[in-house]
Write a protein of this length. Structure first.
Length: 362
């Protein structure tokens, strides 16, 4: 059957002269057509935000092995002289081991879940090795003091964030694992926020909002290059938006809320969530909306009770009703996401953004 032929099979058949290139293209088209249907012949449900992290149960098996190795290194690094090695030596050996495992499991076997775990472990152990080496170089046991210890950890150039960011960048450049972009964005925020707060009088909420918008812009650029959501660019955008969403939503809602809740504030929060829902539908991504659900729940509860955050649980019937309303809202959007979006698209296609928006889905 055409659906059972892999691209490698078709290429080998063309090279062997069994079929020509035109026939191979027709078979590929038939394979794509078959893939659009489920095993019973019914159209498969469209899912543009596929969370691709598992190729099979062997990935879980490999991940367990990676975690066991990580556990061994964690125990070894808990003492300064395990197997006659220093803390730096143990941490550096662990980082090297996870890099070698990545060469095998990520670069060669394309195992995604083990790759996600390995990326976190490599970044963590590599950064820890750098921090430990810098710490012991700057402050030997002979002149250690509480003041020098606190001075070390207050210096943003010597903390964990900067070496972790560099390690995450190196990992992504070598393995091109989309999840590594989330690590880059996360540790990038740690470095940028701490650096700006050290040198400028900028509120942390403003830093988070601006940085989140910058990460979102990069994610949208990835999505614009893959409007069909079929390549790794879509996965890159997914992980970046997952990091950007809370950085954008939390400061935005806090600016609206101020120090107290009230009817007008709750209504403004609901309007903001509604606008976020429109934007999420337009770009066909749910991360921003998910990050806003907690604030949406608080606002609904406040409107029902006329209270504040402390009213949660005070009136069980109102709380139950709040959860029911929010749950119904989430289910409604989840079920009718594509029909609603398809109705919006004709209006969005009249804007300059039309070429960059994902295609309509059934």
């Amino acid at each position: 059957m055409p659906s059972a032929l892999s691209p490698e099979d078709l290429k080998a058949a063309v090279e062997a002269g069994v079929i020509d290139a035109a026939q191979a293209e027709k078979l590929k088209a038939m394979r794509r057509s078959d893939a659009a249907f489920g095993p019973d012949g019914e159209p498969a449900m469209a899912d543009e935000e596929r969370f691709r992290f598992l190729n099979g149960f062997n990935d879980v098996f490999l991940t367990i092995g990676v975690l066991l190795v990580a556990g061994a290194f964690l125990i070894a690094s808990s003492t300064a002289s395990t197997f006659g090695m220093s803390w730096f030596g143990t941490l550096a050996l662990a980082a090297a081991t996870f890099w070698i495992l990545s060469e095998i499991l990520v670069a060669r076997l394309r195992a995604v879940l083990p790759g996600m775990v390995l990326s976190v472990l490599f970044v963590a152990f590599a950064a820890a090795a750098v921090v430990v080496q810098m710490h012991w170089t700057s402050f030997s046991s002979a002149n250690w003091s509480v003041d020098s210890e606190f001075a070390f950890w207050r210096n943003p150039s010597l903390t964990f964030g900067a070496p972790a960011l560099i390690a995450a960048i190196i990992y992504y450049v070598r393995f091109r694992l989309p999840f590594a972009l989330a690590l880059i964005a996360f540790f990038g925020y740690a470095v940028v926020s701490k650096g700006l707060l050290q040198v400028a009088e900028i509120g942390p909420s403003i830093v988070a909002l601006v940085y989140g918008l910058a990460v979102l812009a990069v994610a949208l650029a990835y999505d614009a290059r893959d409007t069909k959501r079929v390549t790794r660019l879509s996965d890159c955008a997914f992980w970046l938006q997952l990091v950007a969403a809370p950085l954008i939503v939390s400061p935005l809602i806090l600016f609206i809320k101020g120090s107290t809740m009230g009817g007008a504030t709750s209504a403004a929060i609901l309007a903001t969530v509604f606008l976020l829902a429109i934007f999420a539908l337009a770009i066909d991504r749910r991360a921003l909306l998910v990050s806003a659900l907690l604030y949406f729940t608080v606002a609904v509860n406040d409107l029902l009770t006329g209270g504040t955050l402390t009213s949660f649980g005070a009136d069980s019937s109102s709380f139950v009703l709040t959860l029911g309303i929010v749950g119904a809202f989430v289910l409604f959007l989840g079920v009718f996401w594509h029909p609603i979006r398809n109705r919006m698209l004709p209006y969005l296609q009249r804007t300059p953004l039309a070429p960059y928006l994902p295609e309509p889905r059934q």
